[in-house]
Design a protein around this ligand. Structure first.
Ligand code: PHE
Length: 446
């Protein structure tokens, strides 16, 4: 953005948007969540359904969300009001804000844990010995708070752009580091069973839950359904090509998720671990792989550092969405909005942090078929709410805004889109809303 603190600002170049959108998309969703959900959902079959959902549901929704942002130049609530003043659709915007806060409240717990691993491996390097980090409840809450404060400082300072420029160098470096870890994993005896498990679909494993998990993971990983892409799209200038940006982000994000799977599952099988271990999967697997690597401590520091940066560009986008609302609609000073939202997020996130650290009673809470406060939060906000938000966004596009307007918005900077426009509208009108609705309905046993 050319001016983050005064006025709304705009990306100074196409690259600015792509870096920010890719920064929002690529994060723990790819490297922590994708393997854990794939592991719980049976492996290869999940991966296949995931790829189908990305291409046929998430990508069309993404283009709709970015185009609504750019057309209205507003935050999620303001965007609906700009299309139709006074509309009740603004509640969809409020849902987006609550979802953003909900996701941030547990996402930053994992981000803090990743940062804690980086610090702990750093200590190992200095002091010697081998001590993988075991979070106490205090340290988990502290690292969670530290990560939130870091996010707050970036958003208050409006220095996102600086970080994104850095991530242009750091994200390729993350990919290279992952390739190194993948290679090490593949040389462990027994790893091929993991490759096979990850890449060979077993169709008998596909049921309603697996499909919901895959679809929701596509929304989560691409930051869809809660206004992040809408807000970032609102900083796009009219000249910038929504189609190319969207496709590029989707391809890059999907590639990183697949690499994360290849990094985790061969090692899971070689080490005799359980792929369905849940939210702590990568933390159980990776330290063992690092322990077997020459220079493993150094590589661990590098990896957890780069993953922290990837997580930071995602937490920044989550906080930015909620902040944009308070600044635009309620005219709050930016710093007040950011600190208040950050503080609220911290309070909401404490039980998630305590659950991550294994503190009762949070770990025994059972709801919606999930055990533990953390897993329940991830299911409610990361699964259900994003799916619902995306569904409602499609309905808004169809019935209120008009898909021809959305298509015209995309086409205005990508003339080539005119040949795809009919297909795209068919997907947003029929394929996306119906499949999301059916998948949600199956979940509720309808
Ligand atoms: N897409 C981010 C990730 O994969 C998480 C996220 C979800 C960010 C929703 C913003 C909105 O890590």
């Amino acid at each position: 953005m050319t001016s983050a603190t005064s006025g709304r600002g705009q990306w100074s170049s196409q690259l600015g948007f792509v870096l920010a959108a890719a920064g929002s998309a690529v994060g723990l969703g790819n490297i922590w969540r994708f393997p854990y959900v794939a592991g719980e959902s049976g492996g290869g079959a999940f991966v296949l359904v995931y790829l189908v959902c990305v291409a046929f549901i998430a990508l069309p929704v993404m283009l709709l969300e970015i185009s609504l942002g750019r057309a209205t130049q507003k935050n999620p609530v303001g965007a609906f009001l700009a299309v139709r003043p006074g509309t009740s659709w603004r509640y969809l915007g409020y849902l987006a804000l609550v979802t953003g806060l909900g996701i941030l409240s547990y996402y930053a717990v994992i981000a803090g844990k990743v940062a804690a691993y980086c610090v702990s491996y750093g200590q190992t390097l200095v002091q010697g010995g081998a001590h993988p980090y075991h979070g106490t409840s205090l340290s988990t809450v502290v690292f969670f708070a530290v990560f939130l404060v870091l996010t707050v400082l970036v958003v208050v300072g409006g220095v996102q752009r600086g970080i994104e420029r850095w991530s242009k160098i750091l994200m390729p470096l993350l990919v290279v580091t992952m390739l190194g870890i993948i290679l090490r994993g593949l040389f462990l005896p027994g790893s091929m069973a993991g490759v096979q498990w990850f890449l060979t679909p077993d169709f008998t494993k596909i049921d309603g839950r697996v499909v919901l998990n895959a679809m929701a993971q596509a929304f989560f990983s691409l930051s869809l359904g809660m206004g992040a892409m809408l807000t970032y799209g609102s900083y796009l200038s009219k000249r910038q090509d929504i189609l190319r940006c969207g496709v590029w982000v989707v391809v890059f994000d999907t590639l990183i998720a697949i690499l994360a799977g290849l990094m985790i599952f061969p090692a899971v099988f070689a080490l005799g671990q359980n792929p369905a271990a849940g939210t702590t999967l990568i933390f159980q697997v990776l330290p063992e792989v690092f322990a077997k690597m020459a220079g493993g401590t150094g590589i661990a520091i590098l990896f957890f550092f780069l993953l922290s940066v990837a997580a930071l560009t995602s937490t920044v986008s989550l906080l930015e969405v909620v902040t944009a609302y308070f600044v635009d609609e309620l005219s709050w000073p930016r710093s007040r909005a950011v600190w208040v939202v950050g503080g609220a997020t911290f309070i909401v996130g404490i039980p998630s942090a305590l659950d991550m650290a294994g503190v009762a009673p949070y770990s025994s809470l059972t709801l919606v078929g999930k055990t533990g406060f953390f897993a329940v939060m991830d299911f409610l906000w990361g699964n259900l709410s994003l799916a619902l938000g995306s569904l409602m966004l499609c309905l808004f596009g169809i019935f209120v805004w008009g898909l021809h307007r959305a298509a015209a918005e995309i086409e205005s900077s990508a003339p080539f889109f005119s040949s795809l426009s009919g297909t795209w509208r068919f997907f947003v009108r029929w394929v996306c809303p119906l499949s999301i609705a059916v998948i949600l309905a199956t979940l509720f046993g309808l």
